[in-house]
Design a protein around this ligand. Structure first.
Ligand code: PRP
Ligand code: GLN
Ligand code: MG
Length: 506
């Protein structure tokens, strides 16, 4: 769940891309990057860190041009080094820059094919570099005069070769901007337009909030397998380039990943989270009609929308019993377990009066590794709670994610191989409530009835791309679990394009 943005405008795009990246920051906190295009040259700035730390005035001054793409990264493949931050660039054919959200599940096989049959070299362990090179290779078959139709043909071949989740935005030197979404539409991508006196401007982004801040009107989501090409005049062309497109968007976007003020696949994330609260409230009432809950307390930030709705539905007081330090980011998407653990305590602090002598129902959007809830329950007890009940607005997360969320190892998931009651015991709750998966799906459908099916793999272990088996998951776990990552830290110099007279690294 990285964040991507592309902007083709009638004026300089650097500030617009920067602003979009800041509102997509919740999708990736490890690295940020921007590549613009001006007079036949690409200009790049990318590095580890938050958007505000990566782009300084001197970088912004260098990022000239009316066309550009940007990225915030949360690594799901390769390392978290600067060399694997995005966008990536290849010089042939034409010169192409690309930013990717998602994760390819056949990148190792593609990497070998790229070398042995396409004669292309991949210099990092990033699957995004693989995706760019497959796209470049397929585009290279089209010849010198590129039309929208040629680009769509190339995307069609990308879909035939690549497996997994991918939403990507690219610049083709001299031709314009392209974006495409995998045939299951696992990861989100939307586009919108802004009319100016000089003509139409187009923004493509992971979430509609990026369009809102830039004053763009949301046109729609890209459909599964669909591509959009925006020519240098700002006119866009779209086509579905997959043989059998089927929308199976990641339901975890609606649970946690996306911002509540985004509209994804026609569904207001805020509305879905309210429905989730209502449905879980119903479940609690039916399982425990004579409950003794005194107060509902959310675990900020993401659960607040569901918790408020649940409290109203239960007819119980809602109180903000935990204060969040606004300067600490999201803990779940931090790279290591030590940092995640430490951050919970730095991030959240209890207001004792809301807990003293009360039976509290703590509500979170999801329980993944259990890092947050274990500590929070202890904090609630330390603050004087009599009973601590815990509700998760999502079902138990029991299976790894392979499509762009960094949950590679089943053993790290607290609900893997455990019943709901066993999880409750392990986290120290007096009683635990989980959402039912069917209720979660209908929460989404109540907001947009056209959303028929989803990728729910983290909840049900059903991988929609059909290429994931035990052997694949074993290799993934061995290479990407927290303990494997601890041993793979290394120094990775940035082998990349050089930029004007300026240094890349500061
Ligand atoms: O069981 P865990 O492994 O702890 O993961 C689940 C927690 O992580 C997320 O919070 P996060 O702090 O990332 O973001 P938020 O502020 O948006 O809630 C999520 O909202 C849960 O609180
Ligand atoms: N979270 C993501 O979308 C990650 C994109 C890509 N797989 C990377 O690791 O850079
Ligand atoms: Mg949270």
């Amino acid at each position: 769940m990285c964040g991507i943005v592309g902007l083709l405008a009638k004026q300089a795009v650097n500030q617009g891309i920067y602003d979009a990246l800041t509102v997509l920051q919740h999708r990736g906190q490890d690295a940020a990057g921007m590549m613009t295009w001006s007079e036949g040259r690409f200009l790049l700035r990318k590095s580890n860190g938050l958007v505000r730390d990566v782009f300084h005035t001197r970088h912004m001054a260098r990022l000239k041009g009316n066309l550009g793409i940007g990225h915030v990264r949360y690594p799901t493949a390769g390392s978290s080094s600067e060399a694997e931050s995005q966008p990536f660039y290849v010089n042939s054919p034409y010169g192409i820059a690309l930013a990717h959200n998602g994760n390819l599940t056949n990148s190792e096989q593609l990497k070998q094919e790229l070398f042995s049959t396409d004669l292309r070299h991949i210099n990092t362990s990033s699957d995004s570099e693989v995706l760019l090179n497959v796209f470049a290779h397929e585009l290279g078959k089209q010849g010198l005069h590129l039309e929208a139709e040629d680009i769509f043909d190339a995307v069609r071949r990308v879909h035939r070769r690549c497996k997994g989740g991918y939403a990507a935005v690219a610049i083709i030197n001299g031709f314009g901007m392209v974006a495409f979404r995998d045939p299951h539409g696992i990861r989100p991508v939307v586009f919108g337009t802004r009319q100016t006196d000089s003509g139409q401007e187009v923004m493509i982004a992971s979430e509609s909030v990026a369009l809102d801040v830039g004053g763009f009107e949301l046109e729609r989501d890209l459909g599964p397998g669909e591509a959009i090409f925006v020519d240098m005049q700002g006119q866009f062309h779209t086509q579905v380039c997959a043989d059998r497109p089927q929308l199976r968007s990641c339901i975890f976007e609606h649970v946690y990943l996306a911002r509540p003020d985004s509209i994804l696949d026609g569904a207001y994330v805020y509305g879905t989270r309210m429905q989730m609260g209502r449905k879980l409230g119903d479940r609690i009432l039916s399982e425990w009609p004579d409950h003794d809950i005194d107060v509902v307390i959310p675990i900020p930030d993401t659960s607040r929308t569901s918790a408020l709705e649940m409290a109203q539905h239960l007819g119980v007081t809602y109180r903000e019993g935990f204060m969040k330090n606004r300067y600490i980011g999201r803990t779940f998407i931090m790279p290591g377990q030590t940092q995640r653990k430490k951050s919970v305590r730095q991030k959240l602090n209890a207001i004792d009066v809301e807990f003293k002598g009360k039976n509290v129902l703590l509500v979170d959007d999801s329980i993944v590794r259990g890092t947050t809830c274990k500590q929070i329950i202890q904090m609630a007890r330390d603050a004087g709670a009599r009973k601590v009940y815990f509700a998760s607005a999502a079902p138990p997360v029991r299976y790894p994610n392979v499509y762009g969320i960094d949950m590679p190892a089943a053993v790290e998931l607290i609900a893997h191989g455990r019943t709901e009651e066993e999880v409750g015991e392990l986290i120290g709750a007096d009683r635990i409530f989980y959402q039912d998966l069917e209720d979660l799906k209908s929460a989404c459908r109540e907001v947009n009835p056209e959303m028929e099916a989803f990728d729910c793999s983290v909840f049900d272990g059903d991988y929609v791309t059909g290429d994931i088996d035990e052997a694949y998951l074993a290799v993934l776990e061995a290479s990407r679990s927290d303990s494997a990552k601890d041993h793979s830290a290394g120094d990775h110099a940035l082998v990349d394009m050089h930029n004007q007279d300026d240094d890349l690294d500061d």
